[in-house]
Structure formats: C-alpha cells, structure tokens
Design a binder for this molecule. Sequence first.
Ligand code: ADP
Length: 498
Amino acid sequence: MIFGTQFTNELNRITLNFPDKREKEYRDYYFIRSFKTTRVAYLILAILYAFFGYLDSIVAKEYFQLFITIRIIVVLVLLSVFAYSYSGKFKDYWQTLIFISYFFAAGGIIVMLVVMPNVVIYSSGLILVFLAGSVLVKLRFFASSVASSIVILIYILVAVIWEIDVTIIVSNSFFFIGANLIGMFAAYRTEIFNRQNFNLYQQIAKKNVEIEEANKNLEEKVEERTKLLNFRNKELKAEVKHRAIVEKELIAAKEKAEESDKLKSAFLANMSHEIRTPMNGILGFANLLREAENEEELDEFIDTIINSGEHLLNLINDIIDLSKIEAGILKIEKTKFELNRLTKEVFDMFSVESNVVNKHLEFSFRNGLADEESLVYTDRMRLKQIMINLVNNACKYTDQGSIEFYYEIKDDSLVFVVKDTGIGISEEAQKYIFDRFMQASIGRTSGRESTGLGLAITKTYLNLMGGNISVKSKLNKGSEFSFMLPGVKINSEVLAND
Ligand code: ADP
C-alpha cells in the first residue's frame, strides 16, 4: 500500500490528479461522498448571502438598490445550483457549476467592495467567499486555487480601473492572498487526504476481491478434498468389509481344517481298532487250529478265520478307495452291460449272506425293466459296489423282518431303492451318515462291524458319476436308501446302431 510521500509523489503536483484511470474513479467517488454536503452548503451560502443584505441597509444605504439586485442575482444562481443538484446530470457538471457560481458570488462582492472601498465588511465578505470555495462547497483544490487567484486579480484590476486608493488595494490584496493561501493549504491537505482515503479504499476493495477469490478457491479445494476423502473412505470401508469377509472365511477354513484334522485322527484311531479286531480273530483262531479237538471245531475255526480275513479285506478295500478319492485319482470307467444281470448277482450274493440266513430275513428284489431291455451304460464295478454297500448295510442293521431292493428307469435315469425293517437312523444321525470320517461323531453301532466309510464312499462315487443319494428312516422302524444316476439308459435306437 502507498502511504505518505510515496503516495503523494504519485499525484500530479499541481492538479493533484492521479496519473491513470484512478482519476475518473476518484472523481466519481468524490462526487458520491461530497454532493450532499455541497447541496447543503449552497443552501447555507444562499441564506447567508441574502442575510448580509441587512448589513447593506446599514452601511451602504445609497447603494442598497444596486447591492440588493446583486444579492438577488447571486442567491438565484446559488439556489439554481442547489435545485439542479437533484438532477441526475448534476454529477457531470457539478464542479463547473460550482466554479461559475463562485465567480458570481465573488463578482458581486467585488462590485460592492469597489463601490464601498472603505467598508471592511465587504473585504471580509470576499474572504468568506474564498473560504467557502475552498472548504464548504467542495470545489477541488486546483479549481478553487485558480478561481480564487483569478478573483484576486479581477479585484485588483477593477479597483485600479475604479481608481481606488492604492493603499487600500494593497492592504486588501494582502488579506485576500493570505486568506487565499490558508484556504488553498486547507483544500490541498483535504484533497490529498481524500485521495489517500480513496486509494486505500480501492486497495482494500482489491484485497477483498483477492480474499474472496482465495476463499472461493479454498472452498473449492476443500470440497475437492472432501470428495476425495469420502471416496477414500468408501474404498477403505469396502476394504474393511472385504477383509472382514476374508477373515471370516479364513476362520471358517481354519475351523474346518482343524475339524477335519480331528476327524482324521479319530478315524485313524477307529481304523486301528477296526483292523486289530479281525487281525486278533485271524491270529487267535489260527493258533487254536492246532488245538482243535475234532473236525467240526476245525471247520468253525477256519470259518472264523475266513470271515475275519474277508472283513479285513473289505476294510482295506474301503480305505484304499477312500484314499483314492482323497487323492482325486479315482476314475470312472463306463461300459455297456445288462442291469438285470447285475441285480441278480447282488441278490445271489446276499441271499446266502450270514445276516440274512441267520436272522431269517425276508430278502427280495425287483427289476424295473425286462432282461432284454435292461442295457445300460455306466461304471459297472462302482455301481455294483454302491449296491453292495447299501444292501450290506440293510442286512447288517436289520435284525428281523425284510429287506428288498428294486430299480426303476425314469427319463433315462436309474433310480435304485433299498428298503429294510431294521433299526433305523435318528434324524440327527441322518445329517452325518454320508460324511467322511463321521463314524467317530455319531457313535458306534454296537455289535455290528462298522467303519463308517461305506456311505461316504458310496456318495462320492455317485457324485462322481453325476448322481445323488438320500435316505428316509425312522428309528426302530426301518430305512429306505435311494440313489439316482442320470443318463444311464441306452434306448433301443442306440442299441440298434450298436
Ligand atoms: P458302517 O456301516 O461301516 O458303519 P456306513 O457308512 O455304511 O458305515 O454307514 C454309516 C452309518 O449309517 C452306520 O454306522 C449306521 O449307523 C448307519 N446306517 C447305514 N445304513 C443303515 C441302515 N440300513 N439301517 C440303519 N442304519 C444304517
């Protein structure tokens, strides 16, 4: 910001004008700040000018007529300017009008002063005009200085022409110049002060604009940052959510792994026990062979050894199957064969099975197709194993009553059902019987050779072949296992083509 001399240096030394477009702006500003004062000043001056006519009536009786006429003219001029100050155009002409009216007022007094040179009140009157010009009516410094100087010159000129006493002219001029200098100085200071004010005001306004602009930029930046932060926040929230899900999944996976580990350990313990039982049977009865007292006892021992051996073999087969499944190397090998022949094999196998024979179970089966139509295409060995597992369970877990199995063909799918009137399965146990290593968790079925592997293997085979298995059962009433294998039926056209 420019203060003091630095600022003053910027202005024209004589006119006090700004060197640039600020001059126009300053004049507008000066008008806005001054025109009301000027208007009031005109009113006051018109009244004063008129009232001084009273003095004329005392000191200048012989010229009263002339003086009053002058005063009326001047007052009319002053009032006209006053009235015009209400017009919208006043702004364009106000300084010129003040300048002109200044000459009217001063001119009037000069006439009176020349006519009545010895009367002090008129020289004082002229001094009042000077002061009014420079202080009251807001004539700018330069204009008021020029005007008052011209007025003094006019006075001197007129006084000389009128042959007024030189001493009076000189002494009056001294006073006038003195008063004029004081007025000029006041006007000069006031105008510099005004211009300085204006300059400050302008710079503040400029700074305000800059601040507003900066504020706006700041607001925009804040808004931008807020948006960015919100976006990041959303991303973080999503990340946190994602991590929570991953964490949950990891915990679940860990729990599953731990559970699976526990089950495997339990399964191993179980299996060791299961293997030891038939092994003990084999070794025990093998030792007893030497001590057999008769042929009958020998046969009995041999039967027990064979049974235990078969059981052990089944168990080992199951374990091998299961490890193949676990390792993912189990292969399905499809062939064409007659389904009725397979069901017959299964039936024949179990009709002489010890459970069926010893417990006098009613054992029957039904085929869904005629022999010649029963050609199917699937993995025969696995299918047989599945059927054997289910029928074997039925035999194992049925103490009295009947066992029957049958199949139907529905839309090329094979539906196989095994029904028994055995011990049944509780609803709770039904949830687990198809799971691997679950034997440990559902408790052992007392008195029956049990590994808990058969159904798990069965289900895995069926799933591998695209089928599924389900059970309906009631405790002490019996069970019904049924499985479905899709797309196994070969229709007669295919047969014909083959
Ligand atoms: P295992 O028979 O060697 O125990 P499975 O996987 O074949 O193993 O059967 C799992 C369990 O399901 C059996 O231990 C038994 O409790 C039950 N279960 C299976 N079939 C039958 C059935 N027909 N009647 C009653 N319970 C059965």
